[in-house]
Ligand binder design. Structure first.
Ligand code: ADP
Ligand code: MG
Length: 249
């Protein structure tokens, strides 16, 4: 008996995007299936965060070509909240402070919008907070306000675990994390790949994350293109050699 009954697919085809008239993504092709972890690594300024924002539909980015299909539905035609309803989740590199809205409120709204019972939220939130070591007092406080880096990323992981998206894009979920937080967050995300068939696009600068969150595939993004793809050994190679070999000539 297979654990994941249904396989979903996130397909990125020839994705091009510009910011302020400047091309940043120059034709990205990637495909992630349920239960898989794909790492996207690359130097600063390569376009990693731009990729995450374009996938989620953040304003300020112009898509100039390509498609992003979740089980055949073109996400680029949808506003961000509908992409979320289709099962896409973004863990941001710099989670935004939302004064006046707690995690409890935000997830209650998300459940209601998805036609799920918002009364389930509290119990699930508490269980997930305990699981990743986030103090329960953060659940009723304004989202991300005055949180440390580690608390923010634990907070994002709790959101992910409660919402159970089909695919999560995690932009530098390792940034600003100490070893314990990195391990807690990675374990929870990895468990979700098995328990709910979560597919992950883990964007990171450092291979450190990938010693905890084990990727099936590793891709190198440089100057807005995927310039190399391979197995986990590619991350180890990058750790030794850096990105110099992939710099634009
Ligand atoms: P990475 O996450 O790989 O470090 P980014 O996607 O943040 O890279 O940035 C890629 C390039 O796009 C950089 O040159 C950056 O300056 C530019 N860029 C990204 N977002 C914006 C923006 N909102 N306005 C102007 N330039 C941007
Ligand atoms: Mg970035």
């Amino acid at each position: 008996m297979s654990v994941v009954a249904v396989t979903h697919r996130l397909r990125i085809e020839g994705l091009r995007a510009e910011v302020g008239g400047r091309p940043i993504l120059n034709g990205i092709d990637l495909e992630v299936a349920s239960g898989e972890v794909h790492a996207v690594m690359g130097p600063n300024g390569a376009g990693k965060s731009t990729l995450s924002h374009v996938l989620m539909g953040r304003s300020g980015y112009t898509v100039s070509g390509g498609r992003v299909l979740l089980d055949g539905v073109d996400l680029l035609a949808l506003p961000a909240w509908e992409r979320a309803r289709e099962g896409l989740f973004l863990g941001m590199q710099y989670p935004i402070e939302v004064p006046g809205v707690s995690l409890q409120d935000a997830l209650g709204e998300a459940f209601a919008a998805a036609g799920r019972d918002r009364r389930e939220v509290t119990a699930r939130l508490e269980a997930e907070a305990d699981r990743v070591g986030l103090d329960r007092r953060f659940l009723d406080r304004p989202l991300n306000v005055d949180l440390s880096g580690g608390e923010r990323k634990r907070n994002e992981t709790v959101q992910l675990a409660v919402l159970r998206p089909r695919f999560a894009i995690l932009d530098e979920i390792d940034s600003g994390l100490d070893v314990d937080a990195l391990r807690a967050v990675s374990r929870r995300v990895e468990a979700a790949t098995g328990e709910t068939g979560l597919g992950v696009l883990a964007i990171t600068h450092y291979s450190r994350l990938l010693t905890e969150l084990h990727p099936d595939r590793v891709h190198v993004l440089a100057a807005g293109r995927i310039v190399a793809s391979g197995g986990p050994e590619l991350a180890e190679e990058l750790e030794r050699t850096g990105y110099a070999a992939y710099a634009e000539g």
